[in-house]
Design a protein. Structure first.
Length: 358
């Protein structure tokens, strides 16, 4: 006599894994669960620490606006005496030494460390402004299109398709050429006005799915207005997708600004950005490569850190992402289950034990 196995019955390992996961989040609110999952993501923590250290170094070293920093030079001072031949970096590991110009100097005697820190501040400002502007527009367009559907959805999505067909690099080049007369924040706002399309489509898809849920029907029956349903009921449930997409958009934005500046269409002097520094010093790559190293390293650090943070947020907000327990925890959980089953059988009457064994 053959025994059939129910395909819907979970495997013992899956049952133990789910039990461990539920035990970790029992009694916690949704915000606490998200925070707990995020801080368990090693890549996200590394990215958060690297980005925080970069921001702290850039802000405190050369100052922010009228607030002075602790570094002795600025990125605009020319004619400084060369500390090393050719302006090479004074930073040394063996023996440990920082010197007056740890990242070196350019041909005009300007301190590269100060210029890199100024560029980091500009690039971070551009990244944040683009993320804010593109996030607000993308959420509003996607929310209205996904909730109301019909003619509004068609009009907004056709407008989105029109914006998508316009090459971003061309629009960015035009804006960059005008940035000699406009400030870096205006440059960032202009880029944000054309980078919202992907986010709007994702938000529209989330709203199309969430508007059919029971809690939305209950809010309509209770007499809630469309604005209240959108902002108080649907939007909080789509916040995970919005945060993750905006984070990844910010990472793409800093790379776009770097590419435009490298092509000469980005932020114009006297404002300093990391991509602009690479463009200015490209002729010196073979003779003084340190002029390329430092802005390039900080571009990679910022982009990777934001990507790692975005990955951590995605795993934290997505309930389908399961954290696989270690073998030790799995063995402990299975041993505890076996002990509980053995204790239960020992407490049963003898007749019940015989029936349980059949």
């Amino acid at each position: 006599m053959s025994t059939s196995t129910n395909p819907e019955t979970p495997a013992p390992g899956d049952t133990v894994e789910n039990a461990i996961e539920l035990q970790d989040v029992v009694g916690l609110s949704q915000g606490q669960i998200v925070r707990r999952r995020f801080f368990r993501h090693k890549g996200a923590l590394i990215g958060l620490a690297a980005l925080g250290a970069t921001i702290l170094l850039a802000v405190t070293s050369v100052g922010l606006g009228p607030i002075p920093g602790w570094w002795m030079w600025t990125g605009y001072e020319t004619g400084n005496p060369m500390s090393n031949p050719g302006g090479s970096p004074t930073l040394s590991v063996f023996p440990p030494a920082v010197g007056d110009h740890p990242f070196g100097q350019d041909e005009l005697g300007r301190d590269i460390f100060a210029r890199v820190m100024e560029g980091v501040q500009t690039s971070l400002m551009v990244m944040l402004v683009i993320g804010l502007v593109a996030g607000v527009i993308g959420v509003c367009v996607g929310a209205v299109a996904g909730y109301y559907r019909g003619g509004r959805d068609t009009a907004l999505m056709r407008f989105t398709d029109l914006v998508i067909t316009v090459p971003t690099i061309v629009i960015g080049a035009v804006i960059g050429k005008l940035s000699g007369q406009i400030s870096a924040p205006i440059f960032a706002i202009s880029l944000g006005l054309i980078l919202w399309t992907t986010l709007s489509r994702l938000v529209r898809g989330e709203f199309l799915a969430l508007r059919e849920r029971e809690f939305v029907d209950a809010a309509r029956v209770a007499g809630a207005s469309s604005g209240r349903i959108i902002f108080k009921h649907i939007l909080p449930n789509a916040i995970g997708t919005i945060i993750v997409s905006t984070t990844l958009l910010m990472s793409s934005a800093i790379l776009l600004e770097t590419a435009l500046s490298y092509l000469g269409f980005g932020i114009q002097p006297p404002t300093i950005s990391l991509g602009q520094m690479i463009q200015q010093y490209q002729q010196a790559f073979s003779t003084r490569p340190w002029l390329f190293w430092w802005p390039g390293i900080f571009i990679v650090i910022i982009a990777l850190s934001v990507n790692f943070i975005g990955d951590g947020l995605r795993d934290a907000f997505d309930p389908r992402q399961k954290r696989i327990p270690s073998e030790r925890k799995m063995a402990q959980a299975m041993k505890a289950d076996a002990s509980a089953a053995s204790a239960l059988n020992s407490n049963l009457p003898p007749s019940s034990g015989k029936l349980a064994g059949l």
